[in-house]
Design a binder for this molecule. Structure first.
Ligand SMILES: C[S@@+](CC[C@H](N)C(=O)[O-])C[C@H]1O[C@@H](n2cnc3c(N)ncnc32)[C@H](O)[C@@H]1O
Length: 268
């Protein structure tokens, strides 16, 4: 197995740790925004890449779109399939790597990825794949945490402790306007960027720390793997939350900025 394949396998096991559904619930609102910004409606063929347990897929299917959701973590594909079936939504779920999508060229009207494509280790490969499978005149919409928001800071902090790809791929580069334009513009007729904020709220710093240690896969992996170094990471995480807390009186509100990019491809 080569280095990239090893990184990929390790990454999948990390995404399967904890309770991803609990994490994803906190930013369901972004899925609504992605679907609206991409102009997804009834009958559109939509591919959601790195779909997790289906935040975007659920909203797109409720809008009447013909949705395919793909992710490379088998446990999340199973969770997503169960979620959409439980909601009575007809979504096709596939296990697939964002860098090697198992779909013919030009088979979708819209390709979306909320906080997903950003974790592919080779951004240029994942980007080319997204544009390969969208039709001419279609739309690619992606979101990523920005480096200057709370989640971007946590992603960067985790990157100091975890081996690639969560570390080396610099996922938060997808939250930098100039980088995103440089990546998308060669494939697109137009690229529109907008910023939004998700507030992570907790009753206290202690509750926030316990919640992350219970649900956030990357932190669970770090706790399991780092030995004595974990205490240092935990201290820095708590300090980060204290610095970023915008509430007074003990409660916690951590503003996480994200970038939404909507790229439209040239009609033929
Ligand atoms: C933060 S989650 C986002 C999930 C979902 N889009 C959402 O909005 O909740 C990141 C997802 O990316 C997936 N992922 C990471 N790297 C991937 C890759 N190379 N190919 C496919 N999926 C990938 C993970 O399995 C995980 O489900």
């Amino acid at each position: 197995m080569d280095e990239l394949a090893r990184m990929r396998e390790r990454s999948k096991t990390i995404w399967a740790l904890g309770d991803y559904a609990a994490v994803a619930r906190r930013f369901e609102g972004v899925a609504e925004e992605v679907v609206a910004a991409a102009g997804i409606g009834a009958g559109d063929r939509v591919l959601d890449v790195a779909a997790g347990n289906g935040n975007v897929a659920t909203v797109a299917a409720r809008a009447g779109a013909d949705v395919t959701a793909s992710d490379f973590t088998p446990e999340l594909v199973a969770a997503g399939r169960e979620r959409t079936a439980g909601l009575g939504l007809d979504v096709q779920w596939d296990e697939a790597d964002a860098e090697d999508l198992p779909y013919p060229d030009a088979s979708f009207d819209a390709v979306t990825s909320a906080f997903g494509l950003m974790f592919a280790p080779r951004p240029e490969v994942a980007t080319a794949e997204a544009f390969r499978v969208v039709r001419p005149g279609g739309v690619v919409a992606v979101t990523a945490w920005t480096p200057d928001g709370f989640t971007g800071q946590v992603t960067a902090l985790m990157g100091e402790y975890l081996p690639a790809p969560l570390a080396a791929a610099r996922p938060i580069d997808w939250g930098i306007e100039t980088t995103v334009r440089r990546r998308l513009a060669p494939h697109a007729e137009s690229v529109e960027l907008a910023r939004g904020t998700v507030n992570w709220t907790f009753a206290s710093l202690e509750e926030a720390t316990a919640w992350l240690e219970l649900n956030f896969g990357a932190l669970i992996a770090a706790r399991r793997d780092l030995g004595e170094r974990y205490a240092g990471l935990r201290d820095r995480l708590v300090a980060l939350m204290r610095d970023w807390n915008r509430d007074g009186g003990g409660t916690v509100r951590l503003p996480a900025t994200y970038l939404l990019a909507v790229a439209r491809t040239q009609p033929t």
